[in-house]
Design a protein around this ligand. Sequence first.
Ligand code: ATP
Ligand code: MG
Length: 264
Amino acid sequence: MAEIEIRNLGIDYRKPNSDEVFAAVDDISLSIAAGEFVSIVGSSGCGKSTLLLSVAGLVKIARGTITIGGRPVSGPGPDRAVVFQDASLLPWRTVLGNVRFGLEMQRWTGGDLTERAMSMIKLVGLARFADYHPHQLSGGMRQRVNIARALAVDPQVLLMDEPFGALDAQTREIMGGELLRIWEGDKKTALFVTHDIDEAIFLSDKVVVMGRNPGHIKEVIAIDLPRPRTQEILDTPQFTEYRRRLRAHLAADMAGMHFMEEAA
Ligand SMILES: Nc1ncnc2c1ncn2[C@@H]1O[C@H](COP(=O)(O)OP(=O)(O)OP(=O)(O)O)[C@@H](O)[C@H]1O
Ligand SMILES: [Mg+2]
């Protein structure tokens, strides 16, 4: 049975300074199995974040349903954790304090909070930095803290919206590898939004390609590459073929955008 089942989902937003509503995404159906890693790609504004937020329970569902483990999503819950691109840490708390904060908010009862937080900090490779404050860390390290905070509460589902978007290409590659290592350790169901095609292929079991106006699924590509994966895989013919397919999809979408602007 699928862990996350999205059926004919539609999300509406109100246009700024107006009562008019429009569909940001419409008629989205997607099944994600327990423990699967799924990435979402698509041009800017096609509704990737909206889809992720709807699974997080942070936007109102206008049409259709989302169920997680058979239970309908009607708001946020401890079974899901979200990591945002520009996720902010509490500046006055240390790394340890920030990871503890996630546990405090969820009223964690699974044992000693500090011990739990420290084990997550070790997992993301920051044990030596537990006493540091956010401003003393690099962007990549701060994003590791965010991931540790999300993982600490032991969610079934990990939702990530361009978590490495603000990082340079090399740090990003390292973080992707780290994320896979953690995910392979205790396979959470993961939904991951990215603009980076290589990142999507490298990480995922499935890549969902979205189109725009309103946001919809164009194709779901199963990534049939062996795990565990290392950077060498980026140069294999299979990987190159997935890259070609995804690029073609996204290029077609961009061409459509220019056409629309000209027609407007
Ligand atoms: N809170 C909101 N109120 C009104 N419109 C919104 C709101 N959030 C997003 N939108 C609109 O909904 C559409 C989808 O936005 P969304 O943020 O989901 O796209 P995205 O694919 O994540 O884009 P990006 O790649 O730039 O992050 C866009 O047209 C956007 O302007
Ligand atoms: Mg977005």
